[in-house]
Write a protein that binds this ligand. Structure first.
Ligand code: BMP
Length: 281
């Protein structure tokens, strides 16, 4: 039977990866499948958004390289908030180079991603060596990796046969470091097992989620939490501008942050109701 009918809690045992286990446990404990994508360029705004949404999310997603005043105090504060509010951190780095280079990009440089991000992601364009390179750094730290099997944007070149190859590569990663996908549906269940492969459970995290807009005029395409969670069987909704959008408008900042909190509560409720309906609890 499809994992879509199973509860998050019942799937914890089917993962070896500690980050995947923790995410499923967190979702069940907090009753939320919402990940907020905090794509703002100022450290103070980023931290304030995270403060505002912390109680409503299982995970916060960052693009740490867009922060203009980045310093390691930011990732320390982010980690402290992650403990305080019980959510995980996903740096949306989209690694896309050979194994040796991604090891360095993941462990080193200004951002030292592996030291604070529980989960990160990669394109499989360079081949499975990218998984080996990232696993070398992340596996000893108990981190997890998602492969971008599908994307939400119009005209993207992922998906199709490429997406199927991502599923095969994830299954063939015997370390368990690869624990899921960025995808638009339950892609792992659409790809037949190859001879010798065992069935494995994977997480599916899905961006391109909005309740009020269909697109952004720059290729993004939005679906509702119900379409993503109930109809497509994905596990986590990733929402950015639908939640922090008020911050992009001029006006009273404290009012904007109140709106951010309200939107997080709204998306959390929509995502969780879709999950309850899917699993008929
Ligand atoms: P928004 O909800 O504001 O459109 O933001 C979506 C977020 O998810 C962005 O951070 C973007 O980089 C990311 N994303 C996406 O939109 N589509 C994908 O296929 C993969 C992504 O990581």
């Amino acid at each position: 039977s499809s994992v879509a009918s199973k509860t998050y809690a019942s799937r914890v045992a089917s993962f070896a990866n500690p980050a995947a286990k923790l995410l499923l446990e967190t979702m069940e404990r907090k009753k939320t499948n919402l990940c907020v994508s905090v794509d703002v360029t100022k450290k103070a705004d980023l931290l304030q958004v995270v403060e505002s949404v912390g109680a409503d999310v299982c995970m916060v997603k960052t693009h740490i390289d867009i922060v203009e005043d980045f310093d390691l105090d930011l990732t320390e504060k982010l980690s402290a908030l992650s403990t305080q509010h019980d959510f995980m951190i996903f740096e949306d780095r989209k690694f896309a180079d050979i194994g040796n280079t991604v090891s360095l990009q993941y462990s080193s440089g200004v951002h030292k991603i592996a030291s604070w991000s529980h989960i990160t992601n990669a394109h499989l364009v360079p081949g499975p060596g990218i998984i080996t390179g990232l696993a070398e750094v992340g596996q000893p730290l108990g981190r997890g990796l998602l492969l971008l099997a599908e994307m939400s944007s119009k005209g993207n070149l992922a998906g199709g046969e490429y997406g199927q190859k991502c599923v095969q590569a994830a299954r063939n990663d015997t370390t368990g470091f690869t624990c899921g996908f960025i995808a638009m549906d339950r892609i792992d269940e659409k790809v037949a097992l190859q001879p010798g492969q065992e069935h494995k459970d994977f997480l599916v995290l899905t961006p391109g989620v909005g309740l009020d807009a269909k697109g952004d005029g720059k290729g993004q395409q939005y679906r509702t939490p119900d379409e993503v969670i109930r109809q497509s069987g994905c596990d986590v909704i990733i929402v950015g501008r639908g939640i922090y959008g008020a911050l992009l408008k001029d006006g009273d900042k404290s009012e904007a942050f109140r709106n951010v909190q309200e939107q997080a509560a709204r998306y959390r409720k929509a995502g969780w109701e879709a999950y309850l309906q899917r699993t008929q609890q």
